[in-house]
Design a protein around this ligand. Sequence first.
Ligand SMILES: C[S@@+](CC[C@H](N)C(=O)[O-])C[C@H]1O[C@@H](n2cnc3c(N)ncnc32)[C@H](O)[C@@H]1O
Length: 264
Amino acid sequence: MENNNNHPLSPFNLNDDSEILNTYRYVNGRRYHNVPGVDYFLPNDEEEVSRLDLQHKLVRYAWEGNFTAPMHKRLSEGNCRVLDVGCGSGAFIMDLAEDYPKNSYVGIDISDTFPGESVHVQWKEKVIPELLRVLKPGGWIELMEFDLIWFSLGPKTGQVTKIDQLQKRGISIIMSTRIAELLKESNVQNMQIISKSLPIGPWGGKLGELLYKSHIQVVTPVMERLVKSVKMTIEEYLEISTRETDEHKTYAMSHRIFGVKPQN
Ligand SMILES: C[S@@+](CC[C@H](N)C(=O)[O-])C[C@H]1O[C@@H](n2cnc3c(N)ncnc32)[C@H](O)[C@@H]1O
């Protein structure tokens, strides 16, 4: 992976103080990207990098591997070029490079805090055609998505989950079916969508506990507001939601969608 020092957000290419101030946004002690028109709402600081590293390990464990498309043989033979879009902390692509060292790897992300190239990709409808444009004919594309909601929620935990607010901001709750449609429209071959439910909370053992913890880290910046709206303290919410996830066997859904770019 390369560092792009000429990118406007590169910390190595700052001309004056205002540029430093404009590079990131700080809200309640957390650091966020400051790219106009991008509605990605998670932080990009060290705390988030640690969370993404842990999430990567949990996903690899739950899915029993880094990918599901039948690419093992080609990756083992080498000379493949692998692109990870939205690579986050880079944990996934570095892991893959270790398992299959004979290929070249590039990770890109909007936040240049991560070890890849900093690039802004237009998500939603525009990103799929773009991914397919840069993919070699006969090459595999694989996308991994979590639904932004949990299933089988307890009553209190359900009240705190503000799905309608995400929808109001134009954020899709279940993106996997739309991704599959877009791949089909682009005539992607051998397309499959494989879904896995992941346990949330103590009933799911270590995996469930860590996935619960990872989620709590995601909502921590807005936690005070969330719990206030249902007249609970943060401590009460943590206690109640842990108990409810256990009683109701709460789970999250993750999906891997993959296929091959046609030869012509
Ligand atoms: C939930 S994280 C997942 C990171 C990584 N793929 C993983 O599984 O650990 C999503 C990543 O996508 C990046 N991202 C979000 N919107 C983006 C955009 N429009 N262009 C490029 N990267 C974007 C974020 O900065 C973040 O690192």
